[in-house]
Structure formats: C-alpha cells, structure tokens
Design a protein around this ligand. Sequence first.
Ligand SMILES: Cc1cc2nc3c(=O)[nH]c(=O)nc-3n(C[C@H](O)[C@H](O)[C@H](O)COP(=O)(O)O)c2cc1C
Length: 226
Amino acid sequence: MTTPILAFDETVRQRVSTRAFLPTPLTDEQLQEVLQDAQYSPSNCNTQPWNVHVVSGETKNKLAQAMIANDLAGKQTPDFSFSYDDFFGDYYTRSQDQARLYYDSLGIARDDKDKRHEMYLKNYQFFNAPHAAFLFMPSFGDNIRVASDIGMYAQSFLLSLTARGYAGIPQTLLGFHADIIRAALGVPDDYRLLFGISFGYADTTAPSAKIRQPRLPVATSVRMHG
Ligand SMILES: Cc1cc2nc3c(=O)[nH]c(=O)nc-3n(C[C@H](O)[C@H](O)[C@H](O)COP(=O)(O)O)c2cc1C
C-alpha cells in the first residue's frame, strides 16, 4: 500500500470540492486504496450500509449523456428532495454566498442564466473527472440515520483522496436521475441513491481551483457547557 502524502491537519484543511479535473485516471491500485480507507468509516450498529458503484470510461460517459438528456427533458427522479428554498436565514445566505464565490471565480454574472445553466450541467459531466462513485443505501426507517452513515463514508472517501494527492467533489445533483442510474448499473429498486462523488486529479490551473469557501468561527457553531 502506498503511504498517504498529507498529515491529518493538512488533509482536512486542504480538502476542497474540486470542479475541474484532469483526464488522467487513477490506477486500479490507487482506487482500491481509497476504497479501502473509506471502508473504515463508522456506521450505526456497524451496518456498513454503503453500496457504492464506481463508474469510469465509457460507462461514465454514457451516464453523463443520459443524465443530461433526462434533465433537459425535465425528467428528474431524485430519491430525496432538494431545494434551496428549504434553507432559511443565515443558512440560506451562506448557500447564496457559496454560489456567488463559484460563479465570480468563473466570471459569470448573476443574471447570466444560460452560462449558469451550462455550469449546472457540468455536474452531470462529472466536471470531467475520470471516475465517479454513486452512493446507494438500503432504506431503514425514516432514512436519516442511514443517510448519516453514508455521509461518514463520503467524508472518509474525500479525505483519503486529498491525503493521497487526488481530488473529489460530493454532488447531490448526481442523485437527481436515480432511476436511470439504477437501471444502467443494475441496482435493485429498493436501494436509494443519496449522492455521488466525482474524483480524479484536480486541474489546478482552472479558475475555480482557487476557491476556498469560508468557514465560521468555532464559537458560532459550538457552545461549551460546564
Ligand atoms: C452532500 C453534499 C452534496 C453536494 N452537492 C454538490 C453539487 O451537487 N454540486 C456542487 O457543485 N457542489 C456540491 N457540494 C459541494 C458544496 O458546495 C461544498 O462542499 C461547500 O460549498 C463547501 O466547499 P468545500 O467543499 O470546497 O469546502 C456538495 C457538498 C456536500 C457535502
């Protein structure tokens, strides 16, 4: 096994959501190391409910085309809802701020709907990443706890990528066409698609590569008692 190149404090601080990738794929060995790291994630009662489908090459390209065609036809089939309108107050403001920072980095004006839609569709092209992982889960109860297990897995996966010199981005949008992904990958109907992760090597020359989304001070998020 190769040795991760970053220490933990560097890993968590250097992990960012990458939206421009080089075409270079990871080798099978590199891919297995990341997947092995992610297996160590904690889960409720050690159920290890992550069911992961990794796509590359022609399979990935065909899925990109299918998702874009489906989206343009207005046929989204997400297993779980998502709407910016569900955010409120400071949470809504932060969601707007993060979008502004991204579009500003690309020189896209707020009212340029066509360009913004073009960038939105890049999600379905995996931002040109050579690989993507679709994170499926069984349905337990109201799905909240199993979804949190998938989140744990995703963060391990993302940190492993960073520590080993690769890059990734978690994407809710990769769950917006769950029906066609399930059909294409032979996933049973009772497995839900929470989100996907595009990954590979970052294109560090891309304008979006410079973005660092700000974080709140600890005292805003955490209260100490006793
Ligand atoms: C579960 C999850 C889903 C996300 N979905 C998307 C997405 O569909 N498209 C996208 O461009 N970014 C997506 N993001 C990335 C967030 O915008 C990003 O994590 C946030 O702005 C903080 O930036 P950073 O990851 O670079 O620190 C997602 C992040 C998470 C955790």
